[in-house]
Design a protein around this ligand. Structure first.
Ligand SMILES: [Zn+2]
Length: 355
């Protein structure tokens, strides 16, 4: 029988942050004790970093193979790669390395999880906290699902690479981080009303991450190098918190439910963090806390704050708000069991200037 009082925390063994951090990739791989490295990269990171990664790994005399991740979703790409390399659970002493954005990192986590291998995450864009968390997301039908895979053993945040990412990924990263402001409040609510497991340590860390991002918005907007450094540190801490809490609770609440609902009604209209940021403005108002501060943070980094900024109709925003509580019924939030009425949803979106 599973012992409910036992709480297991899986953490990364090493987090390397800074200018040129990718140079540590060779020694990080060697430390895993693996016999070879399988490096997953998509087109753009391959163009940007392919030669450098090849040089680092050949310099270490370590057998490696670079595999191009195609345009499919993370789960189908993971399955294609497993087949391509004939990976079998328990047979290969390899380490999986993903160098890229969210989809490449998710594909790597899924391959590592299914094949029982260690995983190294090398994000190239600071767009959301999945780059450092044990959760992967993949579509099934019209919906996207998040599921537990493996915690990355090593996370390498090379600030000079991340600073070169397009501005939009920065504002998305900020959106996914201000979300902790409402996620923690939803978690507390569920703990008080439903007796759900709650970890004060993880919750207060998540809160301080949101607070730091709100304080640093101007720096993130004006200095890409310093901004990338602040963002990647916060995103990694946030991903690790999911490992500490054993669930995405400290990082994902009603604002994420709104974003998933919007994916459903409007077909993935914008980047994850952009949608979540808009959700955080509205859910902060529902929680009766400082939604204007959230909005100002997003405006400072030129993140979208309104339906028109992400080319979504007012009707779809209202529809998403009314169905958000059905996305994960087991996840109790400020949206309650019955969700918002159409009238309440419209009032909320109007009063926060989302529509
Ligand atoms: Zn998120």
């Amino acid at each position: 029988m599973k012992d409910k009082s036992r709480h297991v925390i899986n953490l990364p063994r090493r987090i390397i942050l800074g200018d040129g951090a990718v140079d540590e990739l060779g020694s990080s791989i060697r430390e895993t004790g693996a016999k070879k490295a399988i490096v997953l990269m998509s087109k753009t990171p391959l163009k940007m970093l392919g030669d450098r990664v090849r040089k680092i790994l050949s310099g270490n005399g370590f057998p490696f193979k670079i595999v191009l991740v195609g345009s499919g979703d993370s789960f189908s790409e993971a399955k294609r790669i497993e087949k391509l390399l004939s990976l079998r659970r328990g047979r290969d002493k390899a380490v999986i390395v993903s160098v890229g954005g969210g989809r490449v990192i998710d594909a790597g986590k899924i391959v590592a999880w299914r094949s029982g291998l260690e995983f190294i995450s090398v994000p190239t864009v600071p767009s959301h906290d999945g780059i450092a968390s044990p959760l992967a997301s993949a579509p099934r039908g019209k919906r996207r699902y998040s599921f537990y895979t493996v915690m990355p053993s090593v996370i390498i945040g090379d600030v000079s690479t991340l600073a070169a990412a397009p501005d939009r990924y920065f504002s998305s990263g900020v959106g996914d981080l201000v979300a902790k402001y409402t996620a923690v409040r939803d978690w507390r609510l569920s703990h008080s009303l439903r007796g759900e497991y709650y970890g004060e340590y993880a919750a207060s860390l998540a809160e301080s991450i949101a607070d730091r991002i709100m304080k640093c918005a101007d720096i993130i907007a004006s200095d890409k190098f310093e901004g990338a450094s602040i963002l990647i540190e916060a995103l990694i801490h946030s991903g690790v918190l999911i490992g500490i809490a054993g669930s995405s609770r400290p990082c994902s609440g009603s604002e994420h439910l709104f974003s998933h609902a919007l994916d459903l009604v409007a077909g993935y209209p914008a980047l994850h963090g952009e949608q979540v940021g808009i959700g955080t403005i509205m859910m902060s108002k529902l929680h009766d806390c400082d939604w204007e501060r959230v909005r100002e943070t997003l405006l400072a980094v030129k993140a979208p704050v309104a339906a028109k900024d992400i080319n979504v109709s007012e009707k779809k925003i209202i529809e998403a708000l009314t169905i958000a509580h059905t996305i994960r019924p087991e996840r109790y939030t400020i949206l309650g069991d019955k969700g918002l009425t159409r009238k309440a949803a419209e009032e909320l979106a109007r009063s926060t200037m989302v529509i």
